[in-house]
Design a protein around this ligand. Structure first.
Ligand code: ASP
Length: 432
């Protein structure tokens, strides 16, 4: 019997998780039951995905970089990748600003709602602010220094140091290009083999994806705050969501259609499972192994490109986060009764670009960096208390955009370098 396509399995897992979360939390013991007996399976699933991320980057990037014929090709890949990432993020922020100026959601917030939210979420906001402050008092070049590790085992010991690992591996790959081919060959073949093994491990992990997302969404629903808050912040949430929808359903598909001739349907069938995982896990880093697998094997971008563009993108390219930060900054400012001038909006473009680059690819990181955007336009950062309650669902949606944007740039850069071939002869709908 033909098995159901992976994206359907994941969607069913998600729907069943939401239903189970609602159902169980209607009992007095339900929430605790979900936390004790269901949530751990979601955590195991995310851990498995994260477990694979660093080995995958190492194996596929060494192979990818060493397959480039010379260093010039590498620098072309690097500059195009960064160029497209900055371009797409600036577009995202601009769309966010246009919509928030059109809708003005902050002016609809009642005085009473504002006070209530500030009181209920003030403490959590304070905690987020101190985390953001801790990272702020550093020199202007500290981000650059952070990219160069002083110990590779230490760097590879944390998923948060992805850029350091990428730096080491690209450096290693350059060495590999420069040595005699007969010496380089066995090293390349070794990592090629490792890469195949890891791709197979991803296939195996994805077999339990429906159970993983079931557990993640059941826990999310059981632990979520009361629906009243969603009503108060509904217009703000809709503003963010409509901006994200423009990116997902118009901007990216049009870009890949125009630059790479990939149809709407093929694009979404290709990366759909990665998008669904991004939604369920709220983490571009956890989704990375699947994004790489999908863009390579189901869209046909060659490894030389995906192995560099996608891990770098997961770390620094966050269109969804930057759009959300722009909307949230204007919303909070308006809710406090201040108008945001054109000059301040330009400041938002710059700081949201930088803040999204600095945002870690994990759940809830975007709201920490929002503190920096708020401070740049002179708004009290305690204002994040206003939006904390509905941050998680928005985080899930902006992570989908972050991942889609990485995939789009990989396709466009791949095409521009002649490294987009037909995908492996697989049925689109089959399971890995
Ligand atoms: N969760 C997002 C991501 O992993 C980052 C954010 O919080 O905006 O891409």
């Amino acid at each position: 019997m033909k098995r159901l396509a992976l994206h359907w399995q994941i969607l069913i897992g998600m729907a069943a998780g939401i239903a189970a979360g609602y159902f169980l939390s209607s009992f007095s013991w339900g929430t605790q039951f979900v936390i004790n007996w269901i949530k751990p399976f979601g955590t195991i699933f995310i851990n498995l995905l994260k477990l694979i991320a660093i080995p995958l980057i190492v194996a596929s990037l060494i192979k990818g970089v060493s397959d480039l014929e010379d260093i010039r090709q590498l620098s072309r890949l690097g500059t195009r990748t960064l160029g497209f990432y900055i371009f797409s993020t600036v577009i995202a922020i601009t769309i966010g600003l246009l919509i928030v100026n059109l809708v003005n959601p902050g002016s609809l917030i009642q005085e009473s709602t504002r006070t209530e939210l500030m009181t209920s979420f003030g403490t959590s906001a304070g905690q987020s602010m101190s985390v953001a402050e801790a990272g702020k008092n550093r020199g202007p070049l500290s981000a650059l220094v952070d990219v160069v590790p002083d110990n590779i085992i230490g760097a590879a010991g944390s998923n948060g140091n992805m850029l350091q690992v990428i730096f080491f591996v690209v450096f290693f790959g350059i060495g590999l290009i420069l040595i005699a081919p007969e010496k380089a060959e066995p090293v390349k073949r070794f990592f090629e083999g490792v890469n195949e093994v890891i791709l197979k491990m991803i296939d195996l992990i994805m077999l339990i994806a429906p159970i993983g997302v079931f557990a993640l969404l059941a826990a999310l629903v059981a632990e979520s705050p009361s629906p009243d808050i969603f009503k108060a912040l509904g217009v703000y949430a809709l503003t963010v969501l409509s901006g994200l929808a423009i990116l997902i359903f118009l901007f990216y598909p049009l870009l890949v259609r125009f630059f790479a001739g990939i149809s709407y349907g093929d694009f979404f069938r290709g990366i759909g499972p990665a998008q669904l995982l991004a939604f369920s896990t709220s983490s571009s880093a956890a989704t990375l192994p699947v994004t790489m697998e999908r863009v390579e094997e189901h869209i046909g971008v060659e490894k030389e490109v995906t192995s560099f563009v996608l891990p770098v993108g997961a770390t620094i390219n966050m269109d969804g986060t930057s759009l959300y930060q722009a909307v949230a900054a204007v919303f909070i400012s308006q809710a406090f009764g201040d108008d945001v001038t054109i000059g301040e909006q330009l400041t938002i473009v710059l700081t949201a670009l930088l803040a999204s680059i600095g945002t870690a690819a994990v759940p809830g990181a975007g709201i920490l960096m929002l503190v920096i955007v708020l401070e740049s336009i002179g708004v009290n950062p305690a204002g994040i208390a206003l939006i904390l309650a509905i941050d998680r669902p928005l985080d899930m949606c902006r992570t989908v955009v972050n991942v889609t944007s990485d995939a789009t740039v990989a396709i466009v850069v791949g095409k521009s370098l002649g490294k987009l071939t037909a995908p492996r002869p697989k049925n689109w709908d089959d399971n890995f």
